[in-house]
Design a protein around this ligand. Sequence first.
Ligand SMILES: Cc1cc2nc3c(=O)[nH]c(=O)nc-3n(C[C@H](O)[C@H](O)[C@H](O)COP(=O)(O)OP(=O)(O)OC[C@H]3O[C@@H](n4cnc5c(N)ncnc54)[C@H](O)[C@@H]3O)c2cc1C
Length: 641
Amino acid sequence: MDDSRDRELGMHRKITRRDFINGVAVTAGASVMPRHFFAAGSADPEKSPDYYPPSLTGLRGSHPGSFDAAHSLRDGTFWESAGKPEDTGETYDLIIVGGGISGLAAAHFYRKSAGENARILILENHDDFGGHAKRNEFQAGKRTLIGYGGTYSIESPEPYSAVAKSVIEELGVNVSSFPRFLERSLYSTDGRVPKIFFDRENFGADKLVDDPCPFPGGETFDLAVAGPDAWAYFLAEAPIAERARKDVSRLCRDNKDYLPRLNSEQKKDRLARISYAQFLTDVAGMHPDVVRVYQSISQPLFGVGIEAIAALDAADTGYPGFKGMGLEAEGLTNERTYFFHFPDGNATIARLLVRKLIPQAVPGDSVTDLVTAKANYARLDEASSPVRIRLNSTAVRVKHLGDIATSKEVEVSYTRGGKVYTARAKNSILACWHVVIPYICDELPGKQKEALASAQKVPLLYTNVLLPNATAFHKIGANSIYAPSGYHTHVDMDLPVSVGDYHCPRTPDEPVVIHMSKSPCKAGMPARDQHAAGRIELYGASFARIERKIREQLAQILGPGGFDPARDIAAITVNRWPHGYAYEYSSLWDKFVLDGGETPCDVARKPLGRIAIANSDAGARAYTDEAINQAHRAVGEITKA
Ligand SMILES: Cc1cc2nc3c(=O)[nH]c(=O)nc-3n(C[C@H](O)[C@H](O)[C@H](O)COP(=O)(O)OP(=O)(O)OC[C@H]3O[C@@H](n4cnc5c(N)ncnc54)[C@H](O)[C@@H]3O)c2cc1C
């Protein structure tokens, strides 16, 4: 990349785009983050008053240093260089591996069963708690802006279970009150509507066109409402074949039955066996350009394009083409009403759980004050507290002491700051990613290890960019942009939500955090292979490379609104999730979905002696309610044993 282009893009500009720890800039991509904390001389870096992960920018999510130990276990090299584990002498009732919502919920359920004095240790390999539910903070002068680095909202295609609902209620979240916090008409009153960006590289011209038929599945909830003249703009301006434009109109507006000879059950069976792309071309007779336009629309929800999702899943999600097909609602469960989006997404749920478990670590006593509350990380791991959360600590071995059938204790080894430690507990819950478990729990049967290893997660990139103002978005009249062939396929203003003392940006001259998302996938391969390829891509991408892509993409889309990437980017946080969503079974790729029988997650989550298994992977559903449901089941298994 030549230097003058880099200058135009602002690659040399001083922004808060890299990690700063103890005043030292950490080069992006280097595997230094937690080690750097420890290198600063402290055995407990979390005790430093400067330790506040949400405000770190640069490469976050699975940040450098968080995964080295797990990858070394996978490669069989960890124990070669690990010293003899040091016994901490600590004993607990329960040690939980993984400080995501499932691990935190497991601690919550266990205390309900065993009492508030039960001693619990939660080990988490990242520098923050919450797992995918990650909070990003930005400083714009004196104002703090909040973004979500992962888990976006309380929502699920299936109704929340009674157990999951009761946790949300106990935490004090009244889901039905959400409309009170949402400024629903903020964008539409000043003419900001969903748009599609067609790029010159793939569509022959850079064109931003009203999206006449915004699909669910982005981050826009019910603000995904087309502008009043959207069809006129789209039909006149979209740079695709004229027939394709008309076909899009037909698809979205006609309620046609494309399989009139089949009954509802037969239609569902047929739709389960073909992709949505095939449905569009082969069943609905759409021009191939329609597939090009909508190719990436499914990525935020499924992690793959429409050639790799089943048409039945597209129908279930509410994608166009199915309204006139007479599909009976059973099995079509798009529950959009149980919804709540906090500015930091479900990091609020994680923070509420931590407040319940360790009240001294998260000040305040209401949901609304929590949104702006600053967690005190120094208090997460105190000997005097019955519940302790130990960050920057990767569990590397979990085993029963003695014979599994008669054992009274489990020993957990973990690595932290380059050393290995052990602690003991009566029970352990593995609420971590299932692909990790075979490497840390050798005692499990081979068949179970295979099932655990098959839970290949869906990689995702959630980028937050702080802009000094939103004037470019106002000028181009957009609140969300779908870019079918962009590096990030979605560029969105967040839902305008104000809670407690937190006020979302309202006017064009206020600083704003925009959200960009990408699912690294390789169209044409089976879904699991696409996820594996995407994972490799994400681990291999340096921050500088992603930063350049962000700058190029924003310049291309927002340039006509006066956006200058060298001037108008104040900070960047890239949340990289090579192990993102739990893998959800698909009738296209997983034979047992249609044939029936035991699923891999049925086998994967079986308890063994004093060890139980949680995480959303255990239900093969990438949702917060599933993380909670699985925690509840796992706690039930160890408490009744
Ligand atoms: C980008 C993104 C957006 C999402 N959006 C939504 C949404 O809007 N709504 C929704 O309901 N769901 C969403 N999800 C799904 C999300 O995964 C679940 O909602 C939920 O947060 C999962 O919680 P969990 O505890 O099961 O897993 P995780 O959050 O992944 O937590 C597991 C934790 O275990 C840790 N761990 C792994 N191995 C070890 C080890 N050896 N030692 C110590 N710790 C270990 C991991 O690092 C991780 O922090 C999203 C996921 C992603 C990635």
